[in-house]
Write a protein that binds this ligand. Sequence first.
Ligand code: MN
Length: 601
Amino acid sequence: MSKIHVTDTILRDAHQSLLATRMRTEDMLPICDKLDKVGYWSLECWGGATFDACVRFLKEDPWERLRKLRAALPNTRLQMLLRGQNLLGYRHYSDDVVKAFVAKAAVNGIDVFRIFDAMNDVRNLRVAIEAVKAAGKHAQGTIAYTTSPVHTIEAFVAQAKQMEAMGCDSVAIKDMAGLLTPYATGELVKALKAEQSLPVFIHSHDTAGLAAMCQLKAIENGAEHIDTAISSFAWGTSHPGTESMVAALKGSEFDTGLNLELLQEIGLYFYAVRKKYHQFESEFTAVDTRVQVNQVPGGMISNLANQLKEQGALNRMSEVLAEIPRVRHDLGYPPLVTPTSQIVGTQAFFNVLAGERYKTITNEVKLYLQGGYGKAPGAVDEQLRRQAIGSEDVIDVRPADLLKPEMTKLRGEIGALAKSEEDVLTYAMFPDIGRKFLEEREAGTLAPEVLLPIPEAGGVTSAGGEGVPTEFVIDVHGETYRVDITGVGVKAEGKRHFYLSIDGMPEEVVFEPLNEFVGGGSSKRKQATAPGHVSTTMPGNIVDVLVKEGDTVKAGQAVLITEAMKMETEVQSAIAGKVTAIHVAKGDRVNPGEILIEIEG
Ligand code: MN
């Protein structure tokens, strides 16, 4: 009797797909007793985005979360998603960091490591797989599913066989975008079962409304494992509902054996939890069949939408969605998953906004075209490659082969702020926000972002739900104001009314949520008018200033590095001359057209 095993994604991918990964540990622990009794094969609970959100927004130590979940779930395997040689970050780490990270994740509670590479370049999986096996844990090799002329069933089967030979215990089909269709799933699983011997897991997002059908066809063709989400966090850009799949298979040869009543209690619990995080619900979490045309994953659409809003360019969304497949073609059809989704998405945005394709090429696209992320699945556009990297060499070895050991250097950099090897790894994964987190912890000033009160239907809620601060003292240029949030209205046309009192005077203000709109801010910089005025075409942040006053520069020389939408670009001087003024420093926010550096020819 074949039995289907269930992995619930409620503690990781479900809230990552629906709530910008904001669920806090305090909302996980009370239900762990019940989760632990279900009999799940595993609970997915950790990954790059959960780690990032803990450190960046929730001010929780992600390692501490893992230890608490481990203690609260003694009978259930804990699973994490690992980006191969990128671990939880966006760059390739040296092998000693990969080994140290996997060893610590295992010691702190992870049993199952789902390991993927954004290029499906298995060379980038090898060290992580070996480290998982050395820790005595379950190594799952992952096929990042996508469609293109080079992504054939034969190619995916060949990849699975390579991962099997590398020592993997299972293979996962990771359909992060919801691109799978039922019959394509059936064919792929059938071929995998015929040509390799590992159990097959199916992870499919319901973005196009097809995931449950895909899972059924996978099961009928021999897949043993499905990823689901408890129903109150299911469907749309998340996964098929756990209770629905359990009910669908009940009494058949594929019965999961899970208790529907217990699952429904858990579903009700998370129904209330989801409301608590209403401010993070994006408008892009429902079924959107466009993915079957433009291949852009739901998570990427909502990210792009947020970033386009930040740049004040949300009206260019359709053009960007149309440009993404063209950039993907030029780059040899990478699957769209972290970090390639961001690399392709941002370059597409630059191509649209600049009005000329590849007028600006991000540093990440240059690195990609150089082979810095591994081998592209298909052929890259050679003309574009030459334009991007000039006469520099193309890397054809595994990128991490070029990296020296880093752990000693990282320990030295973070110094006494790190109280453990785990802290060093937090810093390694996220150098800026990781350091900030450790500094705030040291100073005792860690403060999680504020959750808004849950609005009542049809009226104004009283502010100040449990544990929600509603009184603030604000210092402005040495003057102190006391602000009380006295009420929150319902959201209408994307905007919400707030009722405040400032120093006792009532005020009503209307806002779009911060997580949907962040203004560019104002600045006092003048507008560029001369060729020697260095400015950017994109709003962004200054990562580095490469020149100082008095320096002599050549025409075309890079003078600034800016960051927009998580990607870096170099800004060049248009003329040769002498640097006479610098109006920016590292970390500044800048807007298009502002004079950032003045150069006299
Ligand atoms: Mn996923």
